[in-house]
Design a binder for this molecule. Sequence first.
Ligand code: GLA
Length: 407
Amino acid sequence: MAESDADLSALGAGFQAHFGALRAGVVARAPGRVNLIGEHVDYNDLPVLPMALGQRTSIVAQPRDDRRVRCASAKSRFGPREFELSAEIARSPQGDWCNYVKAAAQALVREFGLERGADLFVSSDLPSSAGLSSSSALVVAAGLALAAVNGVALEPLDFAERMARAERYVGVESGGMDQAICLLGRDGHALKLDFAPLRAEALPCPGDWRFVVAHSLVEADKSGAAREAYNQRRAECAAALELLLASGELQGEPRSYRGLLEVHGAEKLAWIAERVLAGELLARARHQLSEFARVQQARKCLVCADAEGFGEALDESHASLRDDYSVSCPELDALVELARASGALGARLTGAGFGGCIVAFARETSLERLLAGLGRHYASRASALEFEPVLVARPSRGAWVEPFELR
Ligand code: GLA
């Protein structure tokens, strides 16, 4: 896809302002994503259904003759950084943007012995801390850029799995959804992703389906407080699984959620979970099992263009994330309610939660009403956001890298 000349010349000018002449380089592009359904289940290798966005992170990279990596961003709050390529790259303080570049760099040095550093200029129209995966877009773009200047080329599936492992460098025990949709996204399609090993099924979005992303105005800072809560959910799932396996009800069976679901199905497992577990661990396991069933349901609805059924699955997913998984907040709940009252067929928080965005689903014919309803919500709230709080998501292609050429 040809990018506009204006976009390329802005990237070129940004690079030169920080690093001087740009002789020969590459540009890597990596989109954000909105997850339609299948939330907080990828780390248990259960399927998810996201789409890549048109909003993306771009990196112009010029190779260097040494192992130094210099990073600059178009956004002034992300100050310049430098580090040396090595198999043990020291982390910047928690939350620092450069950790995402270091994550990709360290993994590629370990796996391919990269020798050549680069000057990197980063620009993005993706809001950060919004649950739209700006962090994975940065990891993937940096990974593609560094690999390209070192002559390393990888298949997208393979690259996605490597970048998912790489990102854990920042201390979040995340699953593989974000890097996968970022690399595998397809114009006009949502993807059903399965894990271990990664597989993708491209599902065309019906022409009159619209997905609207709206920000709760609460920052979901996954490198800060939300990080602990996220890792805790993962640990709770593991603890619930241990109890299920130790209960004697499932002896000799597979030892993972996915394995158990494949053998028993969601309904029977939920019944067993109700007998064996209690309190928070029961609630966490219930979300895993019910969300698995909803992803299957939503996939069917997408394939046969059943908009009402799809919307229902989104609504139920939100209720489960709010009540069983405790990752919502009053602002997200209010926005979900407002979207429904404004003509959405379904709405839910998207991404890790604890703030960030909702995704609302509507038919084209209700889009104007939905946007007007959401618009009134923001009109009465002073916001310091540096981006539009509402966007209509366009299912877009995944990441790529190409020579940087000013036309
Ligand atoms: C974050 C993680 C993903 C996934 C989502 C929740 O975006 O990076 O791996 O777990 O949260 O679905």
